[in-house]
Ligand binder design. Structure first.
Ligand code: MN
Length: 366
């Protein structure tokens, strides 16, 4: 495993050389984890363009750091970033690139108090490196997604009239943990009836009623990797508008998935799905992007949304999650996590979130 993290740091060094920086001070915890393997709530990493990296964390994590990162020089301190900045100065690493998107003004001022350092923004270099996953990461992501799909299949048959949104959310989260998740990847969304018109509805004590559509957005976290999946089901016989809405969202999702090939322009992937929804007259009811990258964070690069620059690539996992939300009536969202694959002609993506009780293709009637 040290080999993988050292290789990631080498890729970061190449960025530093291009940016004319002597070193990077990595303070985004998830980036520290990506570059070292250490999951800590208080850590920072100094990566010199030339020279050995130094990891700082406090005494609560020192033993774990020694075990997980035996190849790294380790500093045990509570004040991780000022300690590493001081070390950089003493080692003659003057031009220090820092993660401006994570740093607060107060903390930056503390770093700048060391007049020997010339601070410069690193940008989202580590986040960009994280976008394309290695096979080990994809295996962890696949496991997170398998747990998620399995948990949904276990719980879906238990949904019935009178059960509340909060009760269903707890059942799903409990099932994911029973199946091996370290925790939910995010707060589970259960949106029933009219609440389905709110994409990120917080589950309430509303009890399910016959004829409700119920949208469940859930995911497991497994060894740091996040799954993301949404299913919409209906309690009892669906009305015609519910069937039609579901068929539209499913067709849009299939179009988006079909467009998600290697080298596809991200804006085109979004448009493939959004165009169908627009043609059906629901443009203003699809209020969010088509999807997002997933990995060590639930939302990470690339964001798949209208007019976003960039292209997909082999081994980039994304979600494809069109939704149509009708205020006062309800909504449908169908979301899967998938991995862009290579191949000629462009191979279909690997679908990681699979369920047997609601395959996505048909509106599951409970
Ligand atoms: Mn999502």
């Amino acid at each position: 495993m040290p080999g993988i993290h050292a290789a990631r740091r080498d890729r970061l060094r190449a960025v530093l050389a291009a940016a004319d920086a002597d070193a990077a001070l990595i303070t985004t915890l998830v980036n520290v984890r990506y570059l070292t393997g250490l999951a800590s709530s208080n850590a920072a990493l100094l990566v010199a363009a030339d020279g050995s990296p130094v990891l700082a964390t406090d005494s609560r994590y020192a033993l774990t750091a020694q075990r997980e990162c035996p190849d790294l020089e380790l500093v045990t301190t509570r004040t991780v970033e000022t300690e590493l900045a001081g070390l950089a100065g003493r080692r003659g690493l003057r031009r220090l690139a820092f993660e401006a998107h994570e740093m607060t003004v107060e903390r930056r001022d503390a770093l700048a108090a060391d007049g020997d350092l010339a601070l410069q923004p690193l940008g989202r270099a580590a986040e960009d490196l994280r976008m394309i996953k290695d096979e080990g990461e994809l295996a962890l992501l696949a496991q997170a997604c398998a747990i998620t799909g399995h948990a949904f299949d276990v719980v879906a048959p238990q949904i019935r009239t009178g059960m509340t949104e909060r009760e269903l959310a707890v059942l799903i989260e409990r099932a994911m943990i029973d199946l091996g998740a370290e925790k939910p990847a995010f707060d589970t969304i259960v949106a029933s009836g009219p609440n389905g018109a709110i994409p990120h509805h917080t589950p309430t004590d509303r009890g399910f009623e016959p004829g409700d559509m119920i949208t469940v957005d859930c995911g497991a976290r497994y060894r740091g990797y996040h799954a993301d999946m949404t299913r919409t089901v209906v309690l009892g016989a669906p009305a015609a508008w519910q069937r039609d809405l579901y068929a539209l969202v499913f067709a849009a999702q299939q179009a988006g998935i079909g467009a998600a090939g290697p080298d596809a322009a991200i804006a085109d992937v979004d448009a493939a799905a959004r165009d169908l929804i627009r043609e059906a007259g629901h443009e203003e009811h699809f209020t969010h992007g088509l999807g997002h990258g997933v990995g060590l964070e639930i939302h990470e690069a690339p964001m798949v949304a209208p007019a976003r620059p960039g292209r997909l690539a082999y081994r980039v996992p994304i979600t494809v999650e069109p939704g149509v939300y009708l205020p006062g009536r309800g909504g449908v969202r169908i979301e899967d996590t998938l991995v862009v694959r290579s191949g000629a002609p462009a191979a279909a993506p690997d679908m990681l979130t699979t369920t047997t009780s609601a395959t996505g293709r048909e509106l599951l009637v409970l």
